[in-house]
Structure formats: C-alpha cells, structure tokens
Design a protein around this ligand. Structure first.
Ligand code: TRP
Length: 451
C-alpha cells in the first residue's frame, strides 16, 4: 500500500523530475562548474567529474530517493523511522543531521551568490534604461564585494523569494514554480549556446573542456571533481531524499534518477559550451578566475557584442532562475523538519529556517569585506564554508548513505523500491552502492587528508 507524506506529494513523474532537476541544476552548473573546470586544468577535471557522476552520483541518487520514499519524512525523521522499523542502531540518524547542517551551510553562502546574480540582473536592466555601463567589470565586482549593505540587501532578497516558494508548500509552491521556471531556463540556455556557437570559438571550447591533460591532476583535483559531482547533483545532504519522500510509489526510481543526472550533466556541459567560446572570442583567459570568473570576465564580452545588454540580462536571469529552483530544495529539508518537530505551520517553520540561514549568510557576506583578512583552512570565509560543506560534508554524507542503503537497510526494502530494475540491474546497483561508490569516496577523502 502506498503511504503519503504529511507535507504533500508530487502530482506526477514530470513534477518530480522538474523539481529534482531544478534542485540539481543551479549555480553549481553555471557558476561553479566553469570556474572549477578552468582552475583545475579543463579536460581531465571534466572526465573525472563525469566518472564520479556515473559511478558514485547515480547509485547514491537512487539510494537517497528510495530512502526518502520509504520514510516519507524529513531526513532526520526518515532515518529515525527506517532504523526503528528495521531494528538498526539509531546512530544512523546522524546522516539526517549531517544533511541538515550541510543544507543550512550551503544555503547560507548560496543565497549570497544568488544575491550577486540578482544584483547583476538589476545592473543590466538599469543599463537598458540609461544606467551607467559596466566598463571595468573587475572594479564593479570588487565594489559589490566591498559593500556589506549591497551584499546583505541582495542576499535578503534572494532568501525572501526562496522563502516565498517554500512557505506555499509542495504542490502550490515548489511544483508550480519549477513547472514554469525550468522550461524558461532551458530556453535561455539554448539562446546563449547559439550565441556561443556564432562566435566561432566553439572548437576551442570543446578542446578545453574535453581534451584531458592528466599531468595536472592532483589529489585536490580528484576531491574537487567528486565534491562537485555531489554538489551539482544535490547529493550527500539528503536534499534529494527529501524530494523522494514526496514521490508516489508507482514511479520508477532508476528512470527518474537517470533522467535527473542526465539533465544536470547536460546543462553543466552546455553552460560550459555557452560560456567558454565567449571568453575565448574576447581573448580572456579563464584559468584562475575563481568564484568571480563569470562575473568579472563575461561583462567584458557583453560590452563588446551586439545586443550585449539584453544578452546579459538573459544570462544573469538564467543564473538567478537556476539558483532559485535549487535554493528551495535547500530550504525544504530544515522546513519539513521543523514542521514535524513542533506544532508549527509550514509558513512559520519556513520563516524560522530562513531567518537562521539568513543570519549565518551574514558571515559569508561580511567575509568579503569587514572580515576579508580572516582565514580558515587557508581560505576566506566563503571559501571555507563552501569547502567544508561541499568537499567534506557532502562526500561524508554520501558515503554514509551508500553504506546505509547497501549494508544496513534490508534487501527486501531496496528490492521493492527498485522493483523497476531487472535482476541484473539490481545486482549492478548493489555492486556500485556497496563497493564502488564507498571505495571511490574513501580514496578521494584519504588522498585529501594524506596529501
Ligand atoms: N545542486 C545545486 C547546484 O548545482 C545546489 C544544491 C541544491 C545542492 N540542493 C543541494 C547541493 C543539496 C548539495 C546538496 O547549484
């Protein structure tokens, strides 16, 4: 018999696919992937990243969805339910707690960067109506980072729109938003890709993204690629698990997992193929661009090209939309948790979660100016939060999820949840989740700690 989540349910397979790919496709694809790829030497990073998606990301995505659908609650309570019913140690609940902490940490800086995209949309819209042009993008970006009030203002706006959707609930908020926003995102991206092709530099972009130079690969490259695979697929912190909790029983998990991972990877690569040709066409070197890459280099191109300003509005609008559909999936787990915990309504719960995360986001915002000299793990505050959350907590969370789904959860439950797989497919999933995924994650984490 199918059970329902108290938080609501996706109305169809398509709704889940849009929501989960809305979560997956985000700043990770369009902002983070290009600068990580160029800072880590291009092709080799991309290949390792693709390997991580297939061997680690896909099986863990299936595991998260099936755990969520079995538990039908927020991560912490899903883990509580699964361990209690199966007679396993309640210690496994730590997976849910790590997940919730990671969601809070990620959303805290994600919202600040989401705010940058809003700020840039605003700057270019203003320019359409006669505002001052951005002639020195480095200086414009620097000025944004130097201004606590501007950063905090846009960070607050971004949290507000995220809160707006989550407060309205699964069907009326999340589902309605992604049904409209995801097709829009795809359309804008296709337009940008067409422009990338028209620059004549698409060949160079291909070479950059796909021609591997393994001499540059270090332990850091491996960790960055694995961390990015988790980050981009929204894995390791139980975000997809939360979405899985709202998935009707008759829908095939392997099928939706493959679709979502495929969409996410396609969009990251398409974003690369839209962005790098523009950089090359304007003689810009992407290497070492860091988190500011697209903000400091693309505006140079926007200035020089015909229809550059509307193009810029479309580009940063795309970035904002992508970030928005992801941030709602980061606010959903803590919100669902608070709903289950107290006798608070969804609205109150969402507001409390958003306020706490907003406050933590101030650390990131002030880390760019007031606390710009503070170093944690040799990084600035934003870099440190991003590193701990996405390169450490996500892989550790993912590792625990793999072990739990592979060794702790009864095979009867996983077989039932993955009933759409044939016997061979199920054995293949077991092999990936029990052996390949944990071993790869462990190797990468060990390489990091020892290296
Ligand atoms: N995947 C999103 C991106 O690529 C970010 C994100 C949303 C995320 N939910 C998550 C990352 C959960 C890790 C875990 O931008």
């Amino acid at each position: 018999m199918d059970t329902k989540s108290i938080h609501g349910m996706w109305s169809s397979r398509l709704a889940f696919i849009l929501a989960a790919s809305g979560s997956a496709v985000g700043l990770g694809n369009i902002w983070r992937f290009p600068y990580l790829a160029s800072d880590n030497g291009g092709g080799a990073f991309v290949l390792i990243y693709l390997g991580c998606i297939l061997l680690v990301g896909l099986p863990i995505m299936a595991a998260e969805i099936l755990m969520g659908r079995e538990g039908r609650m927020s991560p912490v309570n899903t883990l509580r339910k699964l361990t209690r019913e199966g007679g396993h140690s309640g210690g496994w609940t730590v997976i849910g707690w790590i997940g919730m902490l990671a969601a809070v940490a990620i959303l805290s800086f994600y919202s600040v960067v989401g705010g940058w995209t809003l700020h840039y949309v605003w700057l270019y819209v203003a320019q359409m109506f006669g505002g001052a042009p951005i002639t020195d993008p480095g200086a414009t970006f620097g000025a944004l980072l130097a201004s606590p009030s501007t950063l905090v203002f846009w960070h607050s706006m971004f949290m507000l729109v995220t809160l707006g959707v989550v407060a309205m609930g699964v069907e009326k908020g999340l589902e309605r938003a992604v049904k409209f926003l995801m097709p829009l995102l795809f359309l804008i991206l296709l337009g940008l890709l067409a422009y990338g092709i028209s620059t004549g530099k698409i060949g160079q972009a291909f070479e950059f993204l796909f021609k591997p130079d393994f001499s540059e690969v270090t332990g850091d490259t491996l960790l960055a690629a694995l961390g990015q695979a988790f980050f981009s697929l929204s894995l390791g912190m139980c975000g997809i698990m939360t979405y899985g909790a709202y998935l009707p029983r008759d829908i095939s998990i392997p099928r939706v997992a493959v679709t979502v991972a495929g969409m996410d990877t396609t969009i990251a690569l398409l974003a690369g193929l839209a962005i790098f040709p523009v950089l090359f066409a304007f003689g810009l070197d992407p290497a070492g661009g860091g988190p500011g890459l697209i903000f400091t280099s693309l505006p140079l191109a926007f200035n020089d090209m015909s229809f550059g300003i509307p193009y810029a509005v479309a580009f940063f609008g795309l970035l904002f939309v992508a970030a928005w559909t992801s941030s709602i999936s980061l606010l959903e787990p803590p919100t669902a948790f608070l709903v289950e915990k107290g006798n608070m309504s969804r609205k109150t719960s969402a507001i409390i979660a958003a306020l706490v995360i907003w406050a933590i986001g101030l650390v990131t915002a002030l880390g760019f100016n007031v606390w710009q000299n503070v170093r944690v793990f040799g990084r600035d505050l934003q870099g440190a939060i991003e590193f701990v959350a996405s390169d450490i907590m996500l892989p550790v969370g993912g590792l625990l999820i793999a072990i739990f789904a592979g060794y702790v959860l009864s095979r009867r439950i996983t077989r039932e949840q993955l009933s759409h797989l044939g016997d061979f497919g199920f054995q293949a999933w077991r092999f990936l989740i029990c052996i390949i995924a944990p071993v790869l994650v462990l190797i990468v984490l060990a390489a990091k700690i020892l290296g």
